[in-house]
Design a protein around this ligand. Structure first.
Ligand SMILES: [Zn+2]
Ligand SMILES: [Zn+2]
Length: 441
């Protein structure tokens, strides 16, 4: 940096300049009352901005000094017993109250070339060090999941989010970034893995005639639950009186009424009990199993669902997908024709008698009507293309891409499954070869 007045100063001279800045700050408290009032950048609000920027610059300064100490090997204070964080706490005593770890992690990260944009954002005073530490750790977590060349975009997205919304905004971005920039199937793999963490604990007696449960859900389960709770948990005024129940109370009440409705539905074909989850995804992404769908509306708007999950949800009409064409136009495929009608579903109940997966005995009222040629591959809602599957086996059929077909046997029609992984893709290939693709319903 040619012409930089700070260049060539000794460490002692740097220190003197900083001490001068500090003494001008130290007198503020005792002299401000004498100054005339004024607004805008010339007034107290402008002064507050300047002081805050100085605070951010101090944070960045601590990182810069530590970085140099690390480069020169001075960060252990000459004794191997001292960690870098201890060195920081020792010489920057304000960090005893917290923050030393962030300074160390950011200073360490700045040693890597990939983090140059984060460093620039910190040094120019746009990004506080605490936020930078979160950006760096999120980027580290995402890096192994990203497609080639995606890292700069991801870093840029994280920095932008951290500048505007702080560290929590940064963490919210994770699924969206994986959906957009992740290697193919990363989001799907993560969401499939999420299923294994689903838990509902036994009730714990709190001793006050109430019971506590712990519930852990995957992304899809959360989206389904929130879509169902949303309309049920809205405030309900009685005789013009405001609903005074808290939001948590209303959600609890809604969950109980959801369970009661499901049980009451009994042996009915439960189409009307299914939740409606609006989501957008381009048809190309849905067909090619790329990208992710974004949910719309309700509490849960903006959740990203992996493509195979969406293809399964589309199967039995538990979601209403708004599928976008290549120019972003809404492709209207006629909602009614896309799903099996109640009459068709009843005939599937009679024909299949429950889940058709080998060895499963789930009764029909706990099943979905799966499209053997997936709805997303333009499979028709005909009985020959339908098969009952319980939730668990429906998931397996989609994630393992299994093909089934309706065969005629001595005891009538039944569904036969090919349990070889990817058998569905072979089926699609054969269909394409014989060019018998069905037109969109
Ligand atoms: Zn299905
Ligand atoms: Zn089953």
């Amino acid at each position: 940096m040619e012409g930089n007045p700070a260049q060539g100063l000794s460490l002692a001279e740097h220190r003197e300049r900083l001490a001068a800045a500090r003494s001008s700050l130290a007198v503020l408290g005792s002299v401000l009352w004498q100054t005339p009032s004024g607004g805008g950048p010339e007034g107290l609000s402008g002064l507050m901005r300047e002081v805050d920027a100085l605070g951010m610059a101090c944070d960045a300064g601590r990182v810069a000094v530590l970085r140099e100490a690390m480069n020169r090997g001075e960060d252990s204070g000459g004794s191997a017993a001292m960690t870098t964080a201890q060195w920081v706490r020792c010489h920057a005593p304000s960090t005893i109250a917290g923050g030393a770890a962030a300074i160390v992690s950011v200073a360490t990260a700045f040693g890597k070339r990939v983090n140059a944009p984060v460093r620039e954002a910190v040094e120019s005073g746009r990004l506080p060090v605490r936020s930078a530490a979160v950006v760096v750790s999120e980027a580290d977590k995402l890096r192994p999941l990203l497609a080639d060349g995606a890292e700069p975009h991801v870093l840029e997205g994280l920095i932008g989010m951290a500048e505007q919304h702080g560290p929590s905004g940064c963490r919210l971005l994770r699924d969206g970034l994986i959906a957009k920039y992740g290697r193919q199937d990363v989001l799907q793999d993560q969401q499939n893995m999420g299923k294994s963490f689903i838990r509902l604990s036994q009730p714990t007696d709190t001793g006050a005639s109430t019971f506590e449960y712990r519930l852990t859900l995957d992304v899809e389960g959360k989206a389904a639950l929130e879509a169902a709770l949303g309309p049920l948990s809205a405030p309900k005024p009685v005789d013009g009186e405001r609903d005074l129940r808290s939001s948590d109370r209303r959600r609890g009440d809604a969950l109980i009424s959801l369970v009661r409705r499901a049980v009451a539905a009994g042996d009915e074909v439960g189409k009307t009990n299914k939740t409606t989850l609006l989501l957008t995804m381009s048809y190309e992404d849905l067909r090619d199993r790329l990208g992710a769908a974004t949910t719309l509306g309700g509490l849960d708007a903006g959740t990203h669902l992996a493509p195979e999950t969406v293809r399964r949800l589309c199967c039995d009409g538990s979601v209403i997908p708004i599928v976008l064409g290549s120019d972003g136009e809404v492709m209207d495929w006629g909602v009614e024709k896309r799903f099996f009608t109640d009459a068709q579903t009843k005939r599937l109940w009679l024909r299949d008698g429950g889940c058709t997966y080998p060895g499963c005995g789930a009764p029909p009222q706990w099943t979905d009507a799966h499209h053997l040629v997936h709805w997303a591959d333009l499979g028709p809602s005909d009985l020959d293309n339908g098969a009952l599957l319980c939730e668990r086996h429906h998931t397996i059929v989609h994630t393992r891409r299994l093909a089934g077909r309706v065969v005629k046997g001595p005891f009538g029609e039944r569904v036969e499954w090919d349990l070889t992984r990817g058998s569905y893709d072979d089926l699609l290939a054969r269909r394409a070869a014989s060019n018998t693709a069905t037109e969109p319903a």
